[in-house]
Design a binder for this molecule. Structure first.
Ligand SMILES: [Zn+2]
Length: 77
């Protein structure tokens, strides 16, 4: 019989070989490698998304500044 441990992330038992002790605020908990990898991937994607979003914001702020500059130039003519 294979040894299993309760995964606090999936709330099911997995084979012990797939499990890693994971530090949480409540102490160390058993968690499967798959859920750890999934979580770190999600975090990376979130970081990428945040970076893209701030670039978009910067770009649109720049365009808005440019537009108002053009408007001022047009009004001077
Ligand atoms: Zn799991």
């Amino acid at each position: 019989m294979t040894e299993t441990l309760f995964c606090y992330c999936c709330r099911v038992h997995h084979e012990k070989t797939l499990m890693r002790l994971f530090p949480t605020r409540q102490g160390h908990r058993w968690r499967c490698l798959r859920s750890i990898e999934a979580a770190s991937r999600t975090r990376r994607e979130r970081d990428d998304f945040g970076r893209q979003q701030s670039e978009i914001n910067r770009e649109s702020a720049r365009r808005a500044a440019e537009n108002s500059h053009h408007l001022r130039q047009v009004q001077h003519l």
